[in-house]
Design a protein around this ligand. Sequence first.
Ligand code: DC
Length: 231
Amino acid sequence: MNKITIAIDGFSSTGKSTVAKQLAKALGYVYVDTGAMYRAVTLYAMQSGLINNSDFNVEALIYQLSNINISFKFNAALGFAEVYLNDVNIEKKIRTLEVSSFVSKVAAISKVRKKLVEQQQKMGHDKGVVMDGRDIGTVVFPDAELKLFMTASAETRAERRFQELIERGDKVDYKDVLQNVQERDYIDSNRADSPLIKAKDAIEIDNSHMSLDEQFNKILKLANMTIEDLE
Ligand code: DC
């Protein structure tokens, strides 16, 4: 059976990773969370003292990029690959509001993007991959056979992120989470290098009023139709 590349882009907290994981499992594909890679670089910058309050030493981060090794290891119990920074599992550490509040600034740096995009293209070289992010259908895999663009209102997305953080035991305010979602939307959509835009050939999915099951069934159908069309 032909393998395809599935690119899932969209705003933060639109449920990209949830559906990407479901899809990868159903099709036996590899799932790559590219947001985790930008978050890993952000965590590195924080741990190395390159980010202090609102001070961010961009030059030093660029200089140290070769020290940053990001990898994924499949965790059978969880059913997806967790992200590692220089061989340390950082899957939980990268999901905090602190990392979220800096990651868009890190993701706007062209040299960071160049390094990560090259690694992503290698990971998807043999197809059979579901990759989610902001520039997958536009920059990383412009020839992907199936491109999806996920949207939902900022309030719906902030509510989902807020619940996730609360369930993890983080003490956060809904107001701060909403503000973070809106700030990231703005920075991600307005940066000079690879801004978040819908690829011309992407299918838009607004899941503000869709259940997870409805969404998954719709997307799995699209994937199967795309695979069948190739045969
Ligand atoms: O999907 P996420 O929320 O974990 O992504 C974290 C940040 O990384 C997001 O604010 C934008 C950035 N990002 C990006 O610029 N390009 C990608 N391919 C993936 C994420």
